[in-house]
Each structure stands twice: as structure tokens, then as C-alpha cells.
Design a protein around this ligand. Structure first.
Ligand code: DGT
Ligand code: CA
Ligand code: CA
Ligand code: ZN
Length: 609
């Protein structure tokens, strides 16, 4: 299992909605870390670690286990954990956890975000060197004190310095998905407030950028309601999860949520809403080009309106400008006033969208409802958290026509990759499920086959030939130089059994750089061999990057939007993938998993050796 930096305290104090086993396991894991930071009894720490594992692996519905009083009887749970798990499950919070969090110095907790630094080391640093936060740690490393500590050494010290640097570079931004989970309930809440006519989230979130710096909410308030603005500001600044109100003016407020994400709220009169929404959606490059275009029409575009340009102020232009501004109530009308077709927010990066809109040449972007299934999904056979049946049932609940199961291959032993006999057994189970007609959703049998360091595949041809499709991915040997890595991946693409390439660059957003690979050469090879490249929709990956898709698709590359789901809830990640695909100017035709089953089957057939 991957342990992500910053995983600690990804769990908010109050869990909203239904509390999942995963949520509870995360809280128990956090508790273990906090206890370790405090230097508590190792047995107690281990009890929480065990408890987390047990709950995560629990095969039944937790609510039922609690209701029937069987929780305490489960091996590894016990009395104290039973009480805490029950409290968490029923109320969505745990007082013990809140108090524990409050009792540990925030500086120590923050140090957990540095890669290579766990609670044990932090405790030593604290006790031996008085390090109470990241700034202290930096100083101690610079002064060479850390290298001298027993169990640390020169190399560790160097690693910690690097970790501090990375955290600074990454720490300011947030995953699109995480930002979205925070923003959505706020937009919905704003819309329900009395005196609110429109509310939207603008900025990079609306444009679907893979990471988000801060949130930008735009609200149109009812001009007839004198109290509306205050009411909206009060509501916004007192949401649960608001850690700090950093600014509050007459029509503008800024807050910081737990977890560090900041948000700006701007309240505007109804007639300015379209302009403000457009302006604060950005991007800056798009805005600059839009303003230039307006100027060429003798108009000045701003967040407040569309007016005759200064100096260009002939009576005629003035009249035209005022008339235009007055009747513009939507972004569509704003674009229209400048002779442009509506430009979807995802395209507003200043990368040629205005020219395309002028020529009425914008693509019809793929949308969520176009997807009919997805191919890169894991089950409990490898490192997934749900069984084959549960994954299929979840796909059926999404009305998918098909779901592909692609568990890891044997070289990924840390992910419990399948060897040949286990793969054969899984193929058998899949064929049986299909034959039983239990589900309306068809199941394709695949593999996420490791590309070994020399570019050969982890399964031989006879094994691969048993499958409906093959996703080939790199999971080790990340330090190869660019030429070797590129040749390695191309060799895999040239294997006639390979249907698609998994996560092209191996990047983990905000956490791990890509390995070195010549993406242009890989794309060419994929096109030449009629192999698709996946757009891995996991919010941490979004790989291959949207910036590469437009050009690649124009040259004929096919995309598969894959959630890389490790549990049923992750199937929803396709939403992030769709957003990224739209940023890459992709249409329904560019993406293979928009095809209905009747067309998908023959396509996969022709892609089998
Ligand atoms: P972020 O928050 O870093 O992920 O990116 P954005 O795009 O959300 O940027 P943000 O929050 O600084 O500002 C929101 C939008 O407001 C931005 O996309 C475009 C507009 N904007 C902000 N500052 C400027 C500026 O100096 N010039 C222009 N033309 N537009 C700006
Ligand atoms: Ca922003
Ligand atoms: Ca902002
Ligand atoms: Zn993978």
C-alpha cells in the first residue's frame, strides 16, 4: 500500500456523509501516529495500527456488525476500540481523536509532511535537538547537527533537506479532487441562502486544473435585500472546517480551511455576475487575450463589465458598449458580444481557444455521461479493497455497460500481484460471472502487467493470450535514464498483446516527479502500434497530462479514461479524468471507453495478438 505524504490529517475533524470503513481506519492510523509522536506505550500504538487493518479488511457492513454487538468480539478490536469505532461510526467524530490532535504541537505534526520523516525520528529530533517544527529542522540540518544523531547520518540529513524543499514547492497547492470536495458543498450551500441569485466557484478549480492554489467563489446578491451581503459573508466565514478568517471586507472575504486550502468569496450585483465569473475563472492568459480582443472592437472588458474603451470613446462606440454591457447576463452572451462561440472553462488556458471560438471550430468536449465503462480497476486479488463481485456491482450501479478488471502482475509483489495460476483462477471467476448474467454490466478480464526493466512483460504470450486486454505499466526501476526508459516502454507497446499503456510518466501530483521518459516518442510508438494510452483518472496521477492530449489525439492517439480504482468508491475518479480530458480538447470519439459494448468487444478482439 502506498503511504502518501500528508496522508495524516487528510481526515477532517468531522466526517461528513456516511462514515466508511476506510475513514475509520484512517482515523485509527492517525491516532497511532499521534501516540507515537507522544512516545506512548508501543502496545497501545500497535493496537490502533492493528485496529485500522482489521476494520479496513472487514468483509461485512460495519453498521451491521456494530448493531448486532459483534464488534468487540472481533480479533484485534477489543473494548477500547469498540467504543471509539462506534462513536466515530454513529456521530462522524471522535472526542478522543480531537483531544489528541489538540495535545500534540502543530509543528511536530507538520513535520510528518516531510518525506522520510516518521513519528519515531521526529520524537528523537524533538528530544535531542529541541526541534519543534520545520524551521528548526532546517536549521539543525544546515548546522550538521542532524547527521551526528545516532540513527541519522549524513545521508538522512541530506534527504531531510530535500524533503523540506519539496514540501515548500508542493505545499502551496492542492489536488483538484480534494479542492472539489471542499468547494462543492459550499457552492450548494451558497445557492440555498436567501438573497443569493447565483453562486459559482471560478478559478483553476472551474477550469479543471490538476492542482488548485485557492478557491474563488463568486456570488450574485439580490440588490433588493439590504441584509443579503452580510448574511452571505456570515455564512461563508462560519462554515465547519474554516480554520481562520484571513480577511473580511464589505463584499469580499477570505478564509483558510483545515488542511491549508484558502478561499476567496466575492459578492457582486447581479448585472456584474457574468463578468466577474468570467474574469475570476481566468486563466490570466485567457483574460489577457480576451481583453485584447475587446480592445480591437473598441471595447474594454473587465471584471465589472464591457464598456467603450478609453480614448476609443466615439459616441457610437460608447452607446454600443453600454448597450452590450447592459444586456449581458451570461458568459455565453459575453463571448457572443465579442463574436465568439461559448468557450468551456476547461479550455480557457490561452492555448488557441479564442481563435477556435472565432472560427466556430471548438471541439464538442467529452462529458461524464459519455463513458460506458473503464479498464484499469483492481480487486482484493491484488491491492484493491473490494472483491470482484463488489466492483462489478458498483459499476452496474453507475449504469456502466462494462468494467475491466486489471489487477497487478507478479513482479508487483508489494501489491500482491497475481501469478499465472491466480490469474487463471480470476479469469475463470470473470467468465463465470458473465455466464451467470447476475449483472447487467459485462466484465472484461485484463491485467495491469508490469513492464520489466528491459521492456519485456511480466507474463508470457500464452498467458496474455487468455485475457481480453492488457494494460502495461511501469512500477519499478524509476531511476533509469531517459533513453532506457523510453526504449523500455516502447518495447512494451510493440508487444502485440498490449492494448493500452498505463500511467505514462508515473508522476504523483504534489508528491513524486515523473520518471524520465520521452513522451513524444512514446506517443508516436503508441499511434504506430494502435495502442491506446490511458488517462489515469486517479486524482494523484491524471497521467498522461492534459497538455499532451490535444496534439496526440490530433495525430490519432486513442485515450482510455481509467479510474485505477482500488475500491468501489474510486470508480468516481473518472470524473477527474473527464475534466482532464476536456482540458486536453478530447471529444467522445477520442476516448475508447465511450464505445458501447457491441463496439468495444470487436475493438478489443482486433487488439489481441
Ligand atoms: P490558482 O488559484 O493558483 O490555482 O489559479 P487561479 O487561476 O484560480 O488564479 P487566482 O486564484 O489567482 O485568480 C483567479 C482568476 O482571476 C485567474 O485565473 C485570472 C484572474 N486574475 C487574477 N489576477 C489577475 C491578473 O493580474 N490579471 C488578469 N488578467 N487576471 C487575473
Ligand atoms: Ca484560485
Ligand atoms: Ca484567488
Ligand atoms: Zn499501476
Amino acid at each position: 500500500m502506498q503511504r502518501f505524504l500528508g496522508m495524516v490529517f487528510r481526515v477532517p475533524v468531522v466526517l461528513l456523509g456516511s462514515v466508511t470503513k476506510k475513514d475509520i481506519a484512517d482515523v485509527l492510523g492517525d491516532i497511532a501516529v499521534l501516540l507515537e509522536l507522544k512516545g506512548e506505550n508501543p502496545f497501545k500504538i500497535r493496537a490502533y495500527q492493528n485496529g485500522a487493518r482489521v476494520i479496513e479488511a472487514l468483509g461485512e457492513d460495519l453498521g451491521e456488525v456494530i448493531a448486532s454487538g459483534r464488534l468487540a468480539g472481533i480479533k484485534g478490536v477489543g473494548e477500547a476500540l469498540t467504543q471509539k469505532i462506534t462513536e466515530l461510526h454513529t456521530t462522524g467524530r471522535l472526542r478522543f481523536y480531537d483531544e489528541l490532535r489538540a495535545s500534540v504541537a502543530p509543528g511536530l505534526v507538520e513535520m510528518l509532511e516531510i518525506s522520510g520523516l516518521g513519528p519515531k525520528k521526529i520524537k528523537v529530533l524533538h528530544e535531542r535537538l529541541g526541534v519543534a517544527g520545520i524551521a528548526d529542522l532546517q536549521k539543525a540540518c544546515d548546522g550538521g547537527l542532524v547527521a551526528e544523531l545516532p540513527g541519522f547520518g549524513e545521508k538522512t540529513q541530506q534527504k531531510l533537506l530535500e524533503g523540506i524543499k519539496n514540501r515548500e514547492a508542493y505545499g502551496r497547492r492542492h489536488l483538484w479532487w480534494d479542492a472539489c470536495m471542499i468547494a462543492e458543498p459550499i457552492v450548494e450551500g451558497l445557492r440555498k441562502l436567501r438573497g443569493v441569485r447565483h453562486a459559482e466557484v471560478a478559478g483553476s478549480l472551474r477550469r479543471g486544473l490538476e492542482t488548485v492554489g485557492d478557491l474563488d467563489f463568486i456570488v450574485a446578491a439580490d440588490a433588493d435585500d439590504a441584509k443579503a451581503v452580510d448574511r452571505i459573508m456570515d455564512w461563508f466565514t462560519t462554515r465547519p472546517g474554516v480554520h481562520e478568517v484571513t480577511a473580511r471586507g464589505e463584499t469580499k472575504a477570505s478564509v483558510r480551511y483545515e488542511g491549508g486550502l484558502q478561499a476567496d468569496l466575492r459578492i457582486v450585483p447581479g448585472e456584474q455576475f457574468a463578468f466577474a465569473l468570467h474574469h475570476f475563472t481566468g486563466s490570466k492568459d485567457h483574460n489577457v487575450q480576451m481583453r485584447q480582443r475587446a480592445l480591437a472592437h473598441g471595447l474594454s472588458l473587465s471584471e465589472w463589465g464591457l464598456e467603450p474603451a478609453e480614448g476609443e470613446g466615439t459616441v457610437k462606440a460608447k452607446a454600443a458598449g453600454r448597450a452590450k454591457s447592459a444586456k449581458i447576463t451570461s458568459e455565453t452572451e459575453l463571448f457572443e458580444a465579442l463574436g465568439l462561440a461559448f468557450i468551456e472553462p476547461e479550455l480557457r488556458e490561452g492555448l488557441g481557444e479564442i481563435e477556435a471560438a472565432e472560427k466556430n471550430n471548438l471541439p464538442t468536449l467529452i462529458k461524464e455521461s459519455d463513458l460506458r465503462g473503464a479498464f484499469h480497476n483492481h480487486t482484493t486479488s491484488s491491492d484493491g479493497r473490494n472483491t470482484l463481485e463488489e466492483m462489478v456491482a458498483a459499476a452496474e450501479a453507475l449504469s456502466w455497460d462494462y468494467i475491466g478488471i486489471a489487477d497487478h502482475s507478479k513482479a508487483s509483489f508489494q501489491a500482491r500481484g497475481l501469478d499465472e495460476p491466480r490469474l487463471a483462477a480470476q479469469i475463470g471467476s470473470i467468465r463465470k460471472i458473465n455466464a451467470s448474467k447476475r449483472f447487467r454490466t459485462h466484465v472484461f478480464a485484463g491485467t495491469e502487467c508490469d513492464i520489466l526493466t528491459d521492456g519485456s512483460l511480466d507474463f508470457d504470450d500464452i498467458t496474455l493470450a487468455q485475457l481480453d486486454y492488457v494494460v502495461a505499466s511501469v512500477h519499478n526501476g524509476f531511476s533509469q535514464d531517459e533513453d532506457r526508459m523510453t526504449a523500455r516502454i516502447i518495447r512494451a507497446i510493440e508487444n502485440p498483446h498490449v492494448t493500452m499503456l498505463g500511467h505514462l510518466t508515473g508522476r504523483l501530483l504534489l508528491r513524486r516527479e515523473s520518471y524520465r521518459v520521452n513522451t513524444a516518442k512514446v506517443i508516436d510508438a503508441a499511434i504506430a502500434n494502435d495502442v491506446a494510452i490511458e488517462l489515469n483518472a486517479s486524482p494523484w496521477r491524471l497521467d498522461m497530462d492534459w497538455r499532451l492530449w490535444r496534439g496526440a489525439a490530433e495525430r490519432g492517439l486513442l485515450c482510455s479514461i481509467n479510474p485505477d480504482a482500488h475500491e468501489t468508491g474510486h470508480l468516481a475518479y473518472v470524473r477527474a479524468g473527464i475534466k482532464a480530458a476536456r482540458k486536453g480538447w478530447l471529444t467522445k470519439e477520442n476516448v475508447i471507453n465511450t464505445r458501447p459494448l457491441a463496439k468495444m468487444r470487436p475493438w478489443l478482439e482486433t487488439h489481441r495478438a
